[in-house]
Design a protein around this ligand. Structure first.
Ligand SMILES: NC(=O)c1ccc[n+]([C@@H]2O[C@H](COP(=O)([O-])OP(=O)(O)OC[C@H]3O[C@@H](n4cnc5c(N)ncnc54)[C@H](OP(=O)(O)O)[C@@H]3O)[C@@H](O)[C@H]2O)c1
Length: 251
């Protein structure tokens, strides 16, 4: 049996492993990096809630995980909308219990000369990549604080650490995310909650075209999932605040 990426499925046993029974909400869990993270966390024992706007991809992701022996709870929600985010978190709480692990992976890229971009494009990129992290983290934080338990991992980008032509909107969203994430980490650590950021270089997903690049040399979604798993399985006394993830070979 093969999964959507054409790789053999590895049977996994949920609720046996270092994340045993922890409820993990993965935004953007329907495909790409989010789906790879979901698969990895499920294999480590987490109970999975996935969200995205598109029901079709979400159902396909849930089936793909089920084929690997992993149950998941798909929720259609737009993470740029506060009302949908609150309803989603309440729904997950009722079905699976409070969120222990939040992976903010939902994201979008719009590239091109900044002076040719529209206000609507600015809003789409900033709302999806930055405001959503504020909204979803805000929705899960009070219960994490009450329980003195939780881990939030933001999927940023090396574009949140550097600048390049035609990257203005995307870089602004990811630099903003670095600032938001670092402040969240400082605010929440006193409550025993850890906030980490993973910043990958280009990853082979449908996120953006990779024309002219050697796909075999690009980072794969699994590489990001590995970094997230490493962060989440760190011992209780410390936390890995930031990971910069680069391919070994330039493509
Ligand atoms: N791929 C790369 O080269 C790369 C490199 C560094 C960092 N990243 C970051 O990694 C994250 C994931 O990227 P990816 O490569 O996995 O992208 P992807 O394959 O395009 O997947 C994006 C995911 O986000 C969801 N999403 C987008 N807008 C949403 C919204 N408003 N509400 C809910 N879900 C939404 C999508 O589902 P729907 O469209 O159905 O909503 C999909 O599940 C992003 O934050 C991206 O910035 C990517």
């Amino acid at each position: 049996m093969q999964n959507q990426a054409g790789q053999p499925h590895h049977r996994a046993h949920q609720e046996e492993g270092p994340l045993n029974g922890a409820v993990a909400l993965i935004t953007g869990g329907s495909r790409g990096i989010g789906l790879a993270i979901a698969r990895r966390l499920g294999a480590l024992g987490a109970r999975l809630a996935l969200c995205s706007r598109g029901a079709e991809h979400l159902q396909a992701a849930a089936k793909d995980l089920a084929d690997s022996g992993l149950k998941s709870f798909p929720v259609v929600a737009d993470v740029t909308r506060a009302v949908e985010v609150s309803a989603m978190v309440e729904h997950i709480g009722g079905q699976l219990g409070p969120v222990d692990i939040l992976i903010n992976s939902a994201g979008i890229g719009i590239f091109g000369a900044f002076h040719e971009r529209s206000e609507a494009e600015w809003d789409t990129v900033l709302n999806t990549n930055l405001k959503s992290v504020f909204l979803v983290s805000r929705a899960v934080a009070p219960e994490m604080i009450r329980r003195r338990r939780g881990h939030i991992v933001n999927i940023s980008s090396l574009a949140g650490k550097s600048a390049f032509p035609n990257g203005g909107l995307y870089c602004a969203s990811k630099w903003g995310l670095m600032g938001l994430g670092n402040c969240m980490a400082e605010e929440l650590r006193v409550h025993g909650i850890r906030v980490s950021t993973v910043s990958p270089g280009s990853v082979a997903t449908d996120f953006s075209p990779h024309s002219g690049r050697d796909l075999d040399k690009l980072l794969q979604p699994d590489d990001v999932a590995h970094a997230v798993a490493m962060i989440l399985t760190e011992g209780p006394r410390s936390f890995i605040s930031e990971v910069l993830l680069r391919p070994v070979q330039k493509s």
